[in-house]
Design a protein around this ligand. Structure first.
Ligand code: FEO
Ligand code: CA
Ligand code: CA
Ligand code: CA
Length: 644
């Protein structure tokens, strides 16, 4: 990549239309790296490569230097981050900055409509009742406005807490318990309205649950009648919906992540095939034991049921009768999310495969999405899926997962494009993709189209894109596609921040007072603030012997991508992770999810059916209740934009 390429990549139109006035990528990097003076450890070589490639005449005004001694934490004009950061904490509460308020909306078990089944705090709601209530473990989320002060909130329910979901825990597994778990998974669509400043759920014909049992359709190269998808029943359900996406035509994307964990078998002679092993399918699953009560999840009985999972699922929130559609052209992996952007009128979808050593993918539409829709072709069915190779010199290449190209030929045993997609991971192996430290969320800067990716933690993979070995705190990498065009097949990358606590790890990027670990959720707001949500595992949270006592509970931070400044905005209750984020179009209300408060942690203890409150009792604090995942509605008391 040459200096001229970078100059072309700094799209002046994008820079000038961004309210935050984002400068060119090279100025960002130079300003940040000058201020910090060094990029430490393994990132040095990559950083040097990037800087060498990007040194040259500036296309935009240079950034003003951070005020001396302020560490960039001032409240001056033009700053993206205007709030006073909150300290790390370990209390069983939600903490937001001075001048902000966070209210609880739609906790697990809330009836979908006012006539729906009431929440029972002893978890005795039946499976049928759960299917008419908000699911458990809120995750990815998007707000679809339908008018002023109203809209549809659409959110994923990633998984269930096997102890807290039932009055008697899960020591005995029954079909009713499997059905309740299935009903607590999936997606919720709820209408919400603002009145008197507060947001509340209202009855609506749009209020809907998609669960692990909802009939679903397949589209793209892998059809529902594919021989490897034939199983007992018609395809149904979506599971482990982690992060999400949303399309420019107003639909929601729910992503299937750790679907393998629900499957297992008691058949001692069963052995996984090579493909099943590649996706982590084992006889024990993740310990749910659904297979003991429902043969649908017994891999020895119904092996093809596995192939119905691992997809990105499109849901039209404004058409409650429409079946969710599994968009198979986006590949079959453990999709964390599906972040959509547009370039040259084409849709571009970035998706991480969240497992240690897995890859980053992107889908590029074959033609402008509006034209495809005019032709009655779905934009997510027509295009090319790529996987990323990050080279140590700071450059990168997108490798096409296209049958008949490169190693993906009939001579090498590949049958057709459906075969490539069903075996996406194996196809990416063959292409020489770069193994990464658990790729989670992707966010695209609305100003300059730079792409940011959280790598939550991992073992380090002998490449400079994953510069710490091991990498217990994770990092955020970013890249600029060639020419600033997100459909391009090459890019330049650098490390945005190495997470961690400088008290334990001198390589950590954040200031000591804003230390964080395991970045996971990642989202740009309309002004270009980068929001970072953390998911430190329950075996590590709060533990000094793992270098996490100063980090405290999981949290959300905001970053200024121009300067690298990061401030902690929110701390969650005990045992939770913070995930899912959206705002109203005016940026004055933010929605954030608190997932798995009160889950078993090494630090706080283990809930039991007798004491479900061992770790947390958020948000009800009912002495006879139990912790409940919920959505937070965050507003600024003066009505201002969140983050200012
Ligand atoms: Fe569901 Fe990778 O977090
Ligand atoms: Ca996640
Ligand atoms: Ca998690
Ligand atoms: Ca995670």
């Amino acid at each position: 990549m040459t200096v001229d390429d970078v100059a072309r990549g700094a799209d002046p139109e994008d820079v000038s239309t961004n309210p935050s006035g984002n400068p060119a990528f090279r100025d960002v990097a130079e300003a940040r790296w000058t201020r910090r003076s060094v990029i430490r450890g393994g990132t040095v070589a990559a950083a040097a490569g990037f800087l060498a490639a990007t040194a040259g005449p500036a296309a935009a005004a240079p950034l003003a230097p951070a005020p001396a001694g302020s560490g960039g934490r001032g409240h001056g004009r033009g700053r993206l981050l205007g709030f006073a950061p909150v300290p790390a904490g370990s209390a069983d509460e939600v903490v937001v900055p001075e001048g902000y308020v966070a209210e609880v909306l739609i906790p697990w078990g809330t009836p979908l409509n006012s006539r729906g089944p009431e929440w029972r705090k002893d978890a005795s709601n039946t499976a049928a009742e759960q299917a008419q209530q908000i699911g458990m473990h809120h995750d990815g989320m998007h707000f679809f406005p339908s008018g002023r002060g109203e809209g549809l909130l659409v959110l994923n329910h990633e998984y269930v807490d096997r102890t807290l979901l039932y009055p008697d825990g899960d020591a005995v597994m029954t079909k009713e318990k499997v059905d309740k778990a299935l009903a607590a998974h999936g997606v919720s669509v709820v209408k919400i309205e603002q009145s008197g400043g507060r947001w509340r759920q209202v009855d609506s014909r749009y209020n809907r649950r998609v669960t692990g049992s909802t009939p679903v359709a397949f589209s793209g190269p892998v059809r529902a009648d594919h021989p490897l998808l034939r199983s007992g029943d018609k395809p149904m359900g979506t599971l482990n919906n982690c992060s999400n996406g949303y399309t420019p035509w107003g639909t929601y994307l729910a992503c299937e992540e750790n679907w393998n964990g629900y499957f297992g078998t008691g058949n001692a002679s069963w052995k996984p095939t090579a493909e099943q092993a590649r996706y982590g399918v084992v006889a024990e699953g993740f310990g749910y034991r659904w297979h003991a009560a429902d043969p649908r999840f017994d891999v020895a009985v119904n092996p093809n049921e596995l192939n119905r999972f691992g997809w990105v699922v499109e849901i039209d929130p404004f058409d409650p009768k429409a079946a969710p559609v599994k968009r198979t052209a986006l590949g079959r992996v453990k999709h964390e999310g599906a972040t959509v952007t547009e370039s040259r009128g084409r849709v571009v979808v970035y998706t991480g495969d969240d497992q240690d050593g897995e890859y980053v993918y992107k889908f590029v539409g074959s033609a402008p999405w509006r034209r495809l829709r005019t032709l009655r072709k779905d934009p997510l069915d027509h295009g090319t899926l790529y996987v990323a190779r990050f080279d140590d010199d700071g450059s990168g290449t997108w490798l096409p997962l296209t049958f008949g190209t490169g190693p993906l030929t009939a001579a090498n045993g590949w049958k057709d494009q459906a075969d490539v997609l069903l075996r996406t991971r194996t196809a990416a192996d063959a292409l020489g993709a770069t193994r990464m430290d658990r790729p989670e969320w992707v966010a695209v800067n609305p100003g300059n189209k730079d792409v940011y990716l959280t790598l939550t933690n991992g073992s380090g993979w002998d490449n400079k894109a994953n510069p710490r070995k091991p990498n217990p705190y994770g990092h955020i990498i970013r890249w600029r596609e060639k020419g600033g065009d997100n459909t391009a097949t090459s890019f330049e990358w650098d490390i945005f921040v190495l997470a961690g606590d400088p008290a334990y790890d001198p390589e950590a990027g954040p200031a000591a007072e804003d230390a964080f670990g395991s970045p996971d959720g990642l989202w740009f707001d309309r002004d270009g603030r980068l929001w970072i949500q953390t998911d430190v595992s329950n075996s590590t949270q709060n533990r000094a012997d793992r270098g996490h006592d100063n980090i405290g509970n999981n949290q959300m931070l905001a970053a200024d991508p121009r300067t690298g400044e990061i401030r902690r905005f929110l701390v969650g209750p005990r045992g939770c992770e913070v995930t899912g984020i959206s705002t109203t179009p005016d940026g004055r209300t933010m929605f954030v999810n608190i997932q798995h408060p009160g889950e078993a942690t090494t630090f706080w203890g283990t809930p039991t059916p007798q004491n479900p409150r061992a770790v947390s009792n958020w948000p009800d604090f009912d002495p006879a209740g139990r912790p409940r995942p919920a959505t937070l509605v965050i507003r600024k008391k003066d009505g201002g934009v969140i983050g200012t």
